[in-house]
Design a binder for this molecule. Structure first.
Ligand SMILES: [Zn+2]
Length: 348
C-alpha cells in the first residue's frame, strides 16, 4: 500500500498542464482503483472513482484538480527559439532562467527560458521585469527546421523541470503541489474510508486553472448533494507577509474556506467541516477574503445548486515552479475529509 508521500511524489513529477492531463489521469485511475468500486472517465477527461453507500444515500463529490499551470509552444523562431503562451495564472517574474521540459510527440526535450543577457542590458532594462512575450525557450536547436525535427510543434505543453524532494521531517518540495497534493489527499481519504453510508464520488478534475471547467461538467453529471474541493491555499508564514494579508500557516492543520472570490461556503457545509474537525480533534484554521477560487465554486452552481466547501492544504509558493508543504498538514486534510464524509448523512 502506498503512503501519501509516495503518491504525491509520483503525481508531482508527472506533467499535466491544463487540458493535457493524460499522465496524471492514468496515475489517478490506478491510485483510486484499489479503494473504490468503479473508476470512470467522463467525456472531458475527469476521473471519477465511485464508492457506493447505502441505497438512496446522499451523494458527496470530492474534487481535486489534476491540471497545473504551465506554458504552450506558440511560435518557433527562424533561429530555433520557442516563444510561448501561458496557461493559468503565472507571474512573469518567475519565468526567467527556469529549466523547463517541452513535451513533444517524440518525447520530452529539456530547455531553459532565456532573455537578453544582463551584462549587455541597458541601465533601464536591468531594472525592468521581462514579460513572458520577451522571453524564449532555448532547446539547443539551430533552426526552426531542426526544432521541428526534434518534435516541437505549435501547442506542445511546456512544464517546469522540478523533481520532488523531501527536505526535512515531513517537509517536501516539488512541482504542481497545486493541486497534486489535493489529488494525493483524495486518494489517501478513499484508502482510509472503509465503510461509508453516503455514496462518494472522488473526482480528479481537468482544467481548473483556466476556469474550473472539469468541475462544471463532472458535477453536472453527478449532481451531488454536497461538494467538497480539496485544494491548496497560500501559507503566509514567510518573511514580508502580514497576518492580515495571508493568515494561514503551515503545520497548523487544514484550512477551511469561509468565503473566497468564487464561493461563500454553505453554512451547513462549514458546520459539518468544523464539527468533524473538532470531534476528531484535528486542528483547523479558518480563512476568508482570498481573491482566488476552487472547483467548489463551480460545483456549488450546478443545476439547482449544491452546498459546497473547500478544505485546503497550507502551501508556500503556490503558482511558482516549486512549492513547499508539510505532509503532516496533508495527512490531517485526508483525515478530516474522511471524518466529514462519515458525518454527511446526519447533516444532509
Ligand atoms: Zn488549485
Amino acid at each position: 500500500m502506498m503512503v501519501l508521500a509516495d503518491t504525491l511524489e509520483k503525481l508531482s513529477n508527472a506533467c499535466g498542464i491544463a487540458g493535457r492531463e493524460e499522465e496524471v489521469r492514468s496515475l489517478m485511475k490506478s491510485f483510486l482503483k484499489p479503494y473504490v468500486g468503479e473508476v470512470k472517465e467522463d467525456k472531458l477527461g475527469n476521473v471519477i472513482g465511485i464508492k457506493k453507500g447505502k441505497k438512496n444515500a446522499s451523494k458527496v463529490m470530492l474534487a481535486a484538480h489534476m491540471d497545473e499551470i504551465g506554458l504552450l509552444v506558440k511560435t518557433i523562431s527562424k533561429e530555433g527559439f520557442i516563444q510561448f503562451a501561458k496557461i493559468g495564472g503565472i507571474d512573469d517574474r518567475i519565468l526567467l532562467a527556469q529549466n523547463v521540459i517541452v513535451y513533444t510527440e517524440k518525447g520530452p526535450l529539456h530547455g531553459i527560458i532565456g532573455s537578453k543577457p544582463p551584462h549587455i542590458q541597458k541601465e533601464d532594462e536591468r531594472k525592468k521585469i521581462f514579460t513572458y512575450d520577451e522571453l524564449f525557450i532555448d532547446i539547443g536547436a539551430e533552426t526552426q527546421e531542426q526544432a521541428k525535427k526534434m518534435g516541437v510543434k505549435i501547442g506542445d505543453p511546456v512544464g517546469f523541470d522540478i523533481k520532488f524532494a523531501k527536505i526535512g521531517k515531513n517537509i517536501v518540495i516539488g512541482k504542481a503541489f497545486d493541486d497534486r497534493v489535493g489529488c494525493a489527499v483524495m486518494v489517501e481519504a478513499m484508502k482510509l474510508l472503509e465503510k461509508t453510508a453516503c455514496t462518494v464520488y472522488a473526482v480528479g478534475t481537468v482544467q481548473e486553472e483556466v476556469g474550473c471547467r472539469g468541475a462544471a461538467t463532472s458535477a453536472f453529471g453527478i449532481y451531488p448533494d454536497v461538494g467538497i474541493a480539496l485544494d491548496v491555499t497560500i501559507a503566509g508564514d514567510v518573511p514580508g507577509v502580514k497576518e492580515f494579508e495571508a493568515p494561514i500557516k503551515m503545520r497548523k492543520g487544514p484550512s477551511l474556506t469561509v468565503a473566497d472570490y468564487g464561493l461563500i461556503t454553505h453554512p451547513k457545509v462549514l458546520r459539518l467541516l468544523i464539527d468533524a474537525a473538532e470531534e476528531s480533534k484535528i486542528p483547523y484554521q479558518l480563512e476568508t477574503g482570498l481573491p482566488g477560487g476552487t472547483d467548489a465554486s463551480r460545483i456549488s452552481l450546478t443545476r439547482e445548486g449544491v452546498p459546497s466547501g473547500t478544505i485546503s492544504i497550507p502551501t508556500r509558493y503556490i503558482h511558482s515552479p516549486a512549492s513547499l508543504l508539510s505532509l503532516d498538514d496533508a495527512e490531517k486534510v485526508a483525515k478530516l475529509t474522511v471524518a466529514a464524509v462519515q458525518k454527511i448523512p446526519k447533516y444532509f
